[in-house]
Design a protein around this ligand. Structure first.
Ligand SMILES: NC(=O)c1ccc[n+]([C@@H]2O[C@H](COP(=O)([O-])OP(=O)(O)OC[C@H]3O[C@@H](n4cnc5c(N)ncnc54)[C@H](O)[C@@H]3O)[C@@H](O)[C@H]2O)c1
Length: 263
């Protein structure tokens, strides 16, 4: 129970397939007091259902693209919970019409919305919750390999994830002198609501399994375990890092020959 006495908030549980839920479950098991933020009434109903075995968790409605909402949830959290020892940003959004085919046609409004919701929100949430954070606080975001290498169909989300990873480094630099850490997990493909918006996602999962050194699909348990490490004092010397939880996929240039169509 090494998270006992630690309190924090998780953004991004849409249902029990969400990466954020994999992280939440592990933290709850380790004794943390976890508050949740959801985006809209429909998702609150999902949260109410999956939290049946965890009564008493505080829930806050917040669309992170609306600055006033972000400030309001941070104020409510400060008044009702007080300290923030961890904050998890597991939020991503881009118009799925542009998560297929070429990147070039991406219109400005689609680009800006993806950047706003998927990247800038880490800045606004960190700033808003800062008054509740003290030395030892750990902030965690979720990213994907499509930020640094081209992954077909990932398109504007790849650009937004590149921004998110850079934001992690700048925030870690700003907040390090106050003992606040900022890291990200770069997860392998997991079938979630958001991921289903990416064209050919099922094939991406299959290819990942064939090529990753561990030859398995990334699970919520894999990510939950790594998140627990990064959010707990076990990782007190770690900040500004992008940690891969992808079975080693990112390290392989050419995998098993059998995985490729050789004509
Ligand atoms: N699934 C994957 O393969 C994968 C891999 C690497 C990284 N990630 C990242 O993990 C994070 C979680 O995604 P997921 O795959 O668990 O999908 P998910 O659909 O379960 O979670 C995405 C969350 O983003 C929230 N969200 C979207 N727009 C929002 C807004 N305006 N305000 C507040 N919340 C908003 C949704 O409500 C949802 O809870 C995302 O950052 C995603 O890019 C996912």
């Amino acid at each position: 129970m090494s998270m006992k006495g630690k309190k924090g908030i998780i953004f991004g549980v849409a249902n029990d397939h969400s990466i954020a839920w994999g992280i939440a479950k592990k933290l709850l098991e380790e004794g943390a007091e976890v508050a949740f933020s959801y985006n809209g009434e429909r998702l609150k109903r999902n949260l109410d259902k999956i939290l049946q075995n965890y009564p008493g968790c505080k829930l806050y409605d917040c669309d992170v693209s609306v600055e006033e909402n972000v400030l309001k949830v941070a104020e409510q959290y400060k008044a009702e919970v007080g300290q923030c020892d961890f904050l998890v940003h597991a939020i991503g959004f881009a118009n799925k019409d542009y998560l297929k085919g070429a990147f070039l046609p991406t219109p400005k409004d689609v680009f800006l919305q993806a950047m706003d919701v998927s990247a800038y929100s880490l800045v606004s949430l960190t700033r808003a919750f800062k008054p509740s954070m003290a030395k030892g606080c750990s902030i965690l975001a979720l990213t994907y390999l499509g930020s640094e290498k081209v992954v077909q169909n990932y398109n504007v989300m790849g650009v937004a994830k590149a921004a998110l990873e850079s934001i992690v480094r700048y925030l870690a630099y700003d907040l390090g002198k106050e003992g606040i850490r900022v890291n990200a997990i770069s997860a392998g493909p997991v079938t979630t609501l958001a991921a289903r918006g990416i064209s050919d996602f099922t094939d991406l999962v299959k290819i990942h399994r064939k090529i990753a050194p561990l030859h398995e699909t990334t699970t919520l348990e894999h990510i939950g375990g790594a998140a627990y490490f990064l959010l707990s004092d076990l990782s007190s010397g770690v900040t500004s890092e992008i940690m891969y939880v992808d079975g080693g996929y990112n390290t392989v240039a050419v995998g098993p020959m059998a995985a490729y169509d050789k004509e």
